[in-house]
Design a protein around this ligand. Structure first.
Ligand code: GLA
Length: 420
């Protein structure tokens, strides 16, 4: 039901609003003290789309080489990506030469990275972007290149000397949980000691889960973001499984996220092959609700205008980057429709409704506004804007109103509720 006129605010309602403000402003757990990732990291990461292709003879345009990163850097600058916030251009596995140099330092494959990482970093910086790199806490990277075990200090120093701005630190080939934990902590401190600002992206909890429950309060003190669950694939099955894992573990992981430290549900695969339009909308909307790092893995040289517009949607990015820094959560699931919500600054809320039914057509779903935001989302009224699948001003709603939406199968309707 749409509201035509506004209701005057009573003292009681104002008090409730004040209470909400206080509750949502309570600071989260202690964070890694490097001043970075105050909002979720945004950028591009090669893995999902380009994987470990080292064959530059046969596939010069898609092998892991400085050329690929230089092309992406150019496009990030020229095609509006940087302007909307995608800043970190990140190398994943398979950049290294098979052996360390004579001084024990990691080195890039000389054929594929003839300018070295230093040269690539200079180029990326000249475009106003930042460079991310990848290494592994164990004896080898997941793809079998040299690991950092026993070399944490020298590797941190090498990355800093090269001008690297982010490290993704993987957890393959580690021989014990103790080494895993010690290694992640050691690298965090080593990066800090370099004096260079380097975002530290961990996979520590993902590799801990098979052995014991991760201590997220501790992980937050060492990492700027951390992967919890399996690698994302270019498929709906994969995106769906990440959402299911996140909602079933939300009691454990949501409260720990905040400025400086974020849960990382892995890359955005929007603009590739496996997701339908509605599924791409769902990934973008839910990554915003989850306050997830927005690291695209796609080919910016070949991307549809529709996928580009979705990834560059400023309203949705603003939700992801909201300065309050509270991660959203699944509020309920009824009859294959999930309702997620996220508190935002200025007493606003984001609400996403996902239709998980994979048979039939679009479904209507009615929510009572009073059920949102623990009853505080729209007191006494609010202005609702639908942001996805397309932008529509829905107007004023009252706390007592209902809102009827239509959601495509595997699609999402993303709303923003703004206090009046
Ligand atoms: C692991 C990580 C992925 C990617 C690959 C690289 O599987 O989880 O994100 O970095 O290793 O080998």
């Amino acid at each position: 039901m749409k509201l035509k006129s506004r209701v005057p605010q009573s003292g009681f309602l104002l008090a409730l609003r004040f209470l909400a403000l206080v509750l949502w402003s309570v600071p989260g757990a202690r964070t890694l003290d490097n001043g970075l990732a105050m909002t979720p990291t945004m950028g591009w990461l090669h893995w999902e789309r380009f994987m470990c292709n080292t064959d530059c003879q046969e596939e010069p345009d898609s092998c892991i080489s400085e050329k690929l990163f230089m092309q992406m850097a150019e496009l990030m600058e020229s095609d509006g990506w940087k302007d909307v916030g995608y800043e970190y251009l990140c190398i994943d596995d398979c950049w290294m030469a098979p052996k360390r140099d004579s001084k024990g330092r990691l080195q890039a494959d000389p054929k594929r990275f003839p300018s070295g990482i230093r040269g690539l970093a200079d180029y990326v910086h000249s475009k106003g972007l930042k460079l991310g790199i990848y290494a592994d806490v164990g004896n080898k990277t997941c793809a079998g290149f040299p690991g950092s075990f026993g070399h944490y200090d020298i590797d941190a120093k090498t990355f800093a000397d090269w001008g690297v701005d982010l490290l993704k630190f993987d957890g393959c080939y580690c021989d014990s949980v103790e080494h895993l934990e010690k290694g992640y902590k050691h690298m965090s401190l080593a990066l800090n000691r370099t004096g260079r600002s380097i975002v530290y992206s961990c996979e520590w909890p993902l590799y801990m889960w098979p052995f014991r429950k991760p201590n997220y309060t501790e992980i937050r003190q060492y990492c700027n973001h951390w992967r919890n669950f399996e690698d994302v694939y270019d498929s709906w099955q994969s995106v769906k499984s990440i959402l299911a894992w996140t909602s079933s573990n939300q009691k454990r992981i949501v409260d720990v996220a905040g400025p400086g430290g974020w849960n990382d549900p892995d890359m955005l695969v929007i603009g590739n092959f496996g997701l339908s339009w509605d599924q791409q909308v769902t990934q973008m909307a839910l990554w915003a609700i989850m306050a997830a790092p927005l690291l695209m893995s796609n080919d910016l040289r070949h991307i549809s205008p529709q996928a580009k517009a979705l990834l560059q949607n400023k309203d949705v990015i603003a939700i992801n980057q909201d300065p309050l820094g509270k991660q959203g959560y699944r509020l309920r699931k009824e009859d294959n429709i999930e309702v997620w919500e996220r508190p935002l600054s200025d007493l606003a809320w984001a609400v996403a409704m996902v239709n998980l039914q994979e048979i039939g057509g679009p479904r209507f779903h009615t929510i009572s506004i009073a059920s949102l935001g623990q009853g505080l989302a729209c007191i006494p009224d609010c202005v609702i804007t639908q942001l996805l699948p397309e932008k529509r001003e829905l107007g004023f709603y009252q706390w007592t109103s209902d809102l009827k939406t239509k959601i495509n199968p595997t699609g999402t309707v993303l709303l923003q509720l703004a206090a009046t």
